[in-house]
Design a protein around this ligand. Sequence first.
Ligand code: DGY
Length: 326
Amino acid sequence: TNRMMSTRPKIYITRPDYHVEGTDLLKQECDVTNWSTACPVPRSELLENISGKSGLFCSLTDKIDKEVLDKAGPQLKVVSTISVGYEHIDIAECKKRNIRVGYTPDVLTDATAELTVALLLATNRRLFEANKQVYNGGWKSWAPSWMCGNGIKGSVIGVYGFGRIGQEVASRIKPFKPARLIYNSRTEKHNDIGAEFVGFEELVKNSDILIVCCALTADTKEMFNKSVFEKMKPGSIFINTARGGVVNQKDLYEALKNNTIQSAGLDVTTPEPLPLDDPLLSLSNVVILPHIGSADINTRTEMSRIAACNILAALRGGEMIAEVKS
Ligand code: DGY
């Protein structure tokens, strides 16, 4: 067929390196163009290239707002993000224009819960701090109180946000024998691991380890701030694998520096990447990872496939694997 005459839907993909399991599916039925470099598409490129497209395959590094939708034009039918979080997409604007929004929940729950437990253990048992000593000569001999941390066993573990990921984190922690597993969430959730629903204040005050697993919304934005850190136990640990935006990062820095809390493990920060001169990087009681919660090969492959299927389904007017309904 003459490509000039193609009536196939036009799709824009914001990166060249989303797993081919998804992008190849799109290429079978659509005319696909993509940003060419393995880094987030510059805003100006996105604005230029979205014009005239029927579908957009994007990720959390792309801000999809009114301006992008205006540039796209009225034929845009679907925005599909390869993530469970969708705070980077203006859902209300999409809805107004009857643009459907796809996302990739469920498939990354286990990978993210695994990473959360890994980050927790790296933080409470000081793995990175200890590992550095092996290389910098700090390891002189076995010593009775050297590199001691606080185990999970016998501790009160608190989870904020008890959706898919929060529940999987809690059930993975259970075998470590915490004294109590408590959680706070918008609603009380039936669960068979014995996690107790408590109020937010009670969660914050009682947790030896507080783990954040909520979505970033207007309600959760910077909710972990000075007043929360001051209510936490002095020896407590703060873990965040949700979004950097749920934390007031300056307040967290102060709390860690002043030992208001003991330590923190973060897979998410503001901004990302964290600048090399960020004050958090000067502290030894924080473990920072570069937003790798879902970075498991099978998970990312499946996320790519689902993101593509969501686009194809929307173009056909059918049911998407996962559609943002709100
Ligand atoms: C998400 O899906 O929202 C994660 O942050 C990236 O996988």
